[in-house]
Design a binder for this molecule. Structure first.
Ligand SMILES: C[S@@+](CC[C@H](N)C(=O)[O-])C[C@H]1O[C@@H](n2cnc3c(N)ncnc32)[C@H](O)[C@@H]1O
Length: 250
Protein backbone atom coordinates (compact mmCIF):
# COMPACT_ATOMS: atom_id res chain seq x y z
CA UNK A 1 0.00 0.00 0.00
CA UNK A 2 1.08 3.59 -0.60
CA UNK A 3 3.14 5.36 2.07
CA UNK A 4 1.25 8.59 1.36
CA UNK A 5 0.43 9.91 4.86
CA UNK A 6 -2.76 11.56 3.58
CA UNK A 7 -4.24 8.59 1.74
CA UNK A 8 -6.10 7.34 4.79
CA UNK A 9 -7.74 10.26 6.67
CA UNK A 10 -9.05 7.89 9.36
CA UNK A 11 -5.49 7.09 10.42
CA UNK A 12 -4.51 10.78 10.19
CA UNK A 13 -7.41 11.77 12.44
CA UNK A 14 -6.60 9.02 14.96
CA UNK A 15 -2.92 9.99 15.01
CA UNK A 16 -3.64 13.65 15.78
CA UNK A 17 -6.87 13.37 17.79
CA UNK A 18 -5.09 14.67 20.90
CA UNK A 19 -3.55 17.62 19.11
CA UNK A 20 -5.82 20.48 20.16
CA UNK A 21 -3.73 23.39 21.46
CA UNK A 22 -3.19 24.75 17.97
CA UNK A 23 -6.93 24.64 17.25
CA UNK A 24 -7.70 26.89 20.21
CA UNK A 25 -4.94 29.31 19.19
CA UNK A 26 -6.13 29.56 15.57
CA UNK A 27 -9.69 30.02 16.79
CA UNK A 28 -8.69 32.93 19.03
CA UNK A 29 -6.60 34.43 16.22
CA UNK A 30 -9.64 34.35 13.92
CA UNK A 31 -11.82 35.82 16.66
CA UNK A 32 -9.48 38.83 16.65
CA UNK A 33 -8.94 39.08 12.89
CA UNK A 34 -12.18 37.80 11.39
CA UNK A 35 -12.62 35.91 8.14
CA UNK A 36 -12.99 34.90 5.47
CA UNK A 37 -9.95 32.72 5.90
CA UNK A 38 -7.89 30.83 3.36
CA UNK A 39 -6.43 27.65 4.88
CA UNK A 40 -3.61 26.14 2.84
CA UNK A 41 -3.29 22.41 3.46
CA UNK A 42 -6.76 22.24 5.03
CA UNK A 43 -6.64 18.43 5.25
CA UNK A 44 -9.61 16.70 6.85
CA UNK A 45 -10.68 19.92 8.57
CA UNK A 46 -9.14 19.51 12.02
CA UNK A 47 -8.78 23.30 12.22
CA UNK A 48 -11.26 24.41 9.55
CA UNK A 49 -14.28 22.76 11.19
CA UNK A 50 -13.93 24.63 14.52
CA UNK A 51 -13.41 27.87 12.56
CA UNK A 52 -16.59 27.17 10.58
CA UNK A 53 -18.42 26.39 13.81
CA UNK A 54 -17.30 29.81 15.08
CA UNK A 55 -19.06 31.34 12.09
CA UNK A 56 -16.07 32.11 9.83
CA UNK A 57 -16.21 31.51 6.11
CA UNK A 58 -13.36 29.18 5.10
CA UNK A 59 -11.75 28.49 1.74
CA UNK A 60 -9.71 25.32 2.06
CA UNK A 61 -7.02 24.12 -0.34
CA UNK A 62 -5.40 20.71 -0.29
CA UNK A 63 -3.57 18.44 -2.71
CA UNK A 64 -5.02 15.29 -1.19
CA UNK A 65 -8.44 14.30 -2.52
CA UNK A 66 -8.94 11.67 0.24
CA UNK A 67 -8.40 14.35 2.91
CA UNK A 68 -10.81 16.72 1.16
CA UNK A 69 -13.37 13.92 0.76
CA UNK A 70 -13.16 13.25 4.51
CA UNK A 71 -13.72 16.95 5.20
CA UNK A 72 -16.64 17.06 2.76
CA UNK A 73 -18.26 14.08 4.52
CA UNK A 74 -18.03 15.95 7.82
CA UNK A 75 -19.47 19.09 6.25
CA UNK A 76 -22.35 17.03 4.85
CA UNK A 77 -22.95 15.54 8.30
CA UNK A 78 -22.97 18.99 9.91
CA UNK A 79 -24.96 21.23 7.57
CA UNK A 80 -25.62 23.86 10.26
CA UNK A 81 -22.08 25.11 10.80
CA UNK A 82 -22.13 28.91 11.00
CA UNK A 83 -19.62 29.65 8.24
CA UNK A 84 -19.57 28.62 4.60
CA UNK A 85 -16.87 26.34 3.23
CA UNK A 86 -15.38 26.19 -0.26
CA UNK A 87 -12.85 23.47 -1.04
CA UNK A 88 -10.24 23.29 -3.79
CA UNK A 89 -8.08 20.30 -4.65
CA UNK A 90 -4.95 22.15 -5.73
CA UNK A 91 -1.23 22.56 -5.13
CA UNK A 92 -0.68 25.45 -2.71
CA UNK A 93 2.54 26.33 -4.55
CA UNK A 94 0.63 27.08 -7.76
CA UNK A 95 -2.67 28.41 -6.53
CA UNK A 96 -4.44 31.39 -8.08
CA UNK A 97 -7.99 31.87 -6.81
CA UNK A 98 -8.06 35.46 -8.17
CA UNK A 99 -9.23 36.57 -4.76
CA UNK A 100 -7.68 38.12 -1.65
CA UNK A 101 -8.21 37.23 2.00
CA UNK A 102 -7.72 39.15 5.24
CA UNK A 103 -6.35 36.01 6.89
CA UNK A 104 -4.35 33.11 5.48
CA UNK A 105 -3.35 30.09 7.53
CA UNK A 106 -0.71 27.43 6.88
CA UNK A 107 -1.09 25.31 10.00
CA UNK A 108 0.47 22.20 11.47
CA UNK A 109 3.77 21.88 9.65
CA UNK A 110 2.31 21.99 6.14
CA UNK A 111 5.28 24.22 5.25
CA UNK A 112 7.55 21.15 5.61
CA UNK A 113 5.96 19.71 2.48
CA UNK A 114 7.92 22.25 0.44
CA UNK A 115 11.03 20.43 -0.73
CA UNK A 116 13.51 23.32 -0.71
CA UNK A 117 14.04 27.08 -0.74
CA UNK A 118 12.71 27.63 -4.28
CA UNK A 119 9.67 25.54 -3.50
CA UNK A 120 8.96 27.47 -0.30
CA UNK A 121 9.39 30.79 -2.11
CA UNK A 122 6.77 29.64 -4.65
CA UNK A 123 4.35 28.97 -1.79
CA UNK A 124 5.13 32.32 -0.15
CA UNK A 125 4.49 34.09 -3.47
CA UNK A 126 1.09 32.39 -3.58
CA UNK A 127 0.36 33.61 -0.05
CA UNK A 128 1.31 37.18 -1.01
CA UNK A 129 -0.87 36.99 -4.14
CA UNK A 130 -3.89 36.04 -1.99
CA UNK A 131 -3.27 38.31 1.00
CA UNK A 132 -5.44 41.43 1.18
CA UNK A 133 -4.23 44.85 2.36
CA UNK A 134 -2.95 44.66 5.96
CA UNK A 135 -3.79 40.94 5.78
CA UNK A 136 -2.32 38.47 8.25
CA UNK A 137 -0.56 35.20 7.45
CA UNK A 138 -0.14 32.71 10.30
CA UNK A 139 1.72 29.41 10.30
CA UNK A 140 3.32 26.97 12.67
CA UNK A 141 6.18 24.62 12.01
CA UNK A 142 8.84 22.51 13.66
CA UNK A 143 12.41 23.69 14.00
CA UNK A 144 15.35 21.26 13.80
CA UNK A 145 15.57 18.93 16.80
CA UNK A 146 19.03 17.36 17.24
CA UNK A 147 17.79 14.95 19.94
CA UNK A 148 15.14 13.59 17.57
CA UNK A 149 17.66 13.23 14.76
CA UNK A 150 19.94 11.18 17.05
CA UNK A 151 17.33 8.40 17.15
CA UNK A 152 18.29 4.92 15.99
CA UNK A 153 16.41 4.53 12.67
CA UNK A 154 15.86 0.81 13.38
CA UNK A 155 14.37 1.39 16.82
CA UNK A 156 10.61 1.62 17.35
CA UNK A 157 9.43 4.73 19.20
CA UNK A 158 6.12 6.12 20.51
CA UNK A 159 4.24 2.79 20.83
CA UNK A 160 0.49 3.37 20.77
CA UNK A 161 -2.75 1.53 20.15
CA UNK A 162 -5.71 2.81 18.19
CA UNK A 163 -9.17 1.50 17.40
CA UNK A 164 -10.32 2.46 13.92
CA UNK A 165 -13.79 3.96 14.29
CA UNK A 166 -14.80 2.81 10.78
CA UNK A 167 -13.87 -0.89 11.15
CA UNK A 168 -13.46 -1.39 14.91
CA UNK A 169 -10.02 -2.86 14.15
CA UNK A 170 -7.43 -2.55 16.92
CA UNK A 171 -4.13 -1.25 15.57
CA UNK A 172 -0.74 -1.32 17.27
CA UNK A 173 1.36 1.58 16.07
CA UNK A 174 4.96 2.77 16.34
CA UNK A 175 7.17 5.40 14.83
CA UNK A 176 10.63 5.26 13.26
CA UNK A 177 12.56 8.23 11.98
CA UNK A 178 15.83 9.33 10.44
CA UNK A 179 17.23 12.64 9.35
CA UNK A 180 19.04 13.23 6.04
CA UNK A 181 21.52 16.05 6.64
CA UNK A 182 22.23 16.44 2.94
CA UNK A 183 18.64 17.24 2.04
CA UNK A 184 17.54 18.53 5.48
CA UNK A 185 14.62 16.13 5.29
CA UNK A 186 13.32 14.42 8.42
CA UNK A 187 11.69 11.12 7.44
CA UNK A 188 9.10 9.81 9.89
CA UNK A 189 7.53 6.44 9.26
CA UNK A 190 4.39 5.37 11.14
CA UNK A 191 3.58 1.66 11.09
CA UNK A 192 0.16 0.28 12.00
CA UNK A 193 -0.13 -3.44 12.72
CA UNK A 194 -3.54 -5.14 12.43
CA UNK A 195 -4.56 -8.05 14.72
CA UNK A 196 -3.73 -10.50 11.88
CA UNK A 197 -0.13 -9.18 11.84
CA UNK A 198 -0.49 -7.24 8.59
CA UNK A 199 1.47 -4.00 8.62
CA UNK A 200 0.60 -0.75 6.92
CA UNK A 201 3.09 2.12 6.93
CA UNK A 202 2.79 5.78 6.03
CA UNK A 203 5.72 8.15 5.79
CA UNK A 204 6.11 11.86 6.31
CA UNK A 205 9.10 13.47 4.59
CA UNK A 206 9.51 16.83 6.26
CA UNK A 207 11.88 19.43 4.81
CA UNK A 208 13.31 21.31 7.79
CA UNK A 209 14.56 24.89 7.97
CA UNK A 210 16.55 26.45 10.76
CA UNK A 211 15.03 29.51 12.40
CA UNK A 212 17.52 31.75 10.53
CA UNK A 213 16.81 30.12 7.15
CA UNK A 214 13.07 30.39 7.66
CA UNK A 215 13.22 34.06 8.60
CA UNK A 216 15.55 34.85 5.70
CA UNK A 217 13.13 33.23 3.23
CA UNK A 218 10.10 34.97 4.76
CA UNK A 219 11.88 38.34 4.55
CA UNK A 220 12.97 37.62 0.97
CA UNK A 221 9.33 36.90 0.07
CA UNK A 222 8.34 40.28 1.54
CA UNK A 223 6.91 39.25 4.90
CA UNK A 224 7.31 41.10 8.19
CA UNK A 225 6.99 39.29 11.51
CA UNK A 226 4.25 40.68 13.75
CA UNK A 227 4.62 38.05 16.45
CA UNK A 228 6.46 34.80 17.06
CA UNK A 229 6.20 32.21 19.84
CA UNK A 230 7.91 28.90 20.58
CA UNK A 231 4.61 27.08 21.16
CA UNK A 232 0.87 27.62 21.35
CA UNK A 233 0.95 28.58 25.03
CA UNK A 234 2.90 31.74 24.20
CA UNK A 235 6.41 30.68 25.29
CA UNK A 236 8.97 33.21 24.10
CA UNK A 237 11.36 32.16 21.35
CA UNK A 238 14.79 30.93 22.44
CA UNK A 239 17.79 29.70 20.46
CA UNK A 240 16.88 26.08 21.15
CA UNK A 241 13.14 26.39 20.42
CA UNK A 242 11.73 23.36 18.59
CA UNK A 243 8.68 25.05 17.15
CA UNK A 244 7.80 28.41 15.65
CA UNK A 245 4.32 29.89 15.67
CA UNK A 246 4.42 32.92 13.40
CA UNK A 247 2.08 35.78 12.67
CA UNK A 248 3.16 37.79 9.63
CA UNK A 249 2.07 40.53 7.32
CA UNK A 250 3.31 41.56 3.89
C1 LIG B 1 -0.05 18.12 8.40
S1 LIG B 1 -1.42 18.19 7.32
C2 LIG B 1 -2.34 19.53 8.03
C3 LIG B 1 -3.83 19.39 7.76
C4 LIG B 1 -4.69 20.37 8.57
N1 LIG B 1 -4.36 21.75 8.30
C5 LIG B 1 -4.51 20.08 10.05
O1 LIG B 1 -4.05 20.97 10.77
O2 LIG B 1 -4.84 18.97 10.46
C6 LIG B 1 -0.76 18.93 5.86
C7 LIG B 1 -1.75 19.00 4.71
O3 LIG B 1 -1.11 19.67 3.61
C8 LIG B 1 -1.48 19.04 2.41
N2 LIG B 1 -0.48 19.33 1.38
C9 LIG B 1 0.78 18.85 1.30
N3 LIG B 1 1.41 19.37 0.22
C10 LIG B 1 0.51 20.18 -0.38
C11 LIG B 1 0.55 21.00 -1.54
N4 LIG B 1 1.66 21.07 -2.29
N5 LIG B 1 -0.54 21.70 -1.88
C12 LIG B 1 -1.68 21.63 -1.12
N6 LIG B 1 -1.78 20.87 -0.01
C13 LIG B 1 -0.70 20.16 0.35
C14 LIG B 1 -1.58 17.57 2.77
O4 LIG B 1 -2.38 16.85 1.84
C15 LIG B 1 -2.18 17.64 4.17
O5 LIG B 1 -3.58 17.56 4.15
Amino acid sequence: MSADPYRDPVLYDLEYAGHVQDIEWYRSLLQRLGGPVLELGVGSGRIALPLLADGHDVVGVDLSQPMLDALQRRLDAEPDLGGSCELHCADFRELDLERRFPTILLPFNAIHHCTGDADLLRLLAVVRRHLGPRGVFALDCYLPDPALYARDPNERYEPRTFVRPDTGEKLVSWEQSWYDELTAVHHVRYTYESPDGAEHAVQLDLRMWTHEELHALLARAGFTVLHEMADFTGTAMTEDALQSVLVLTA
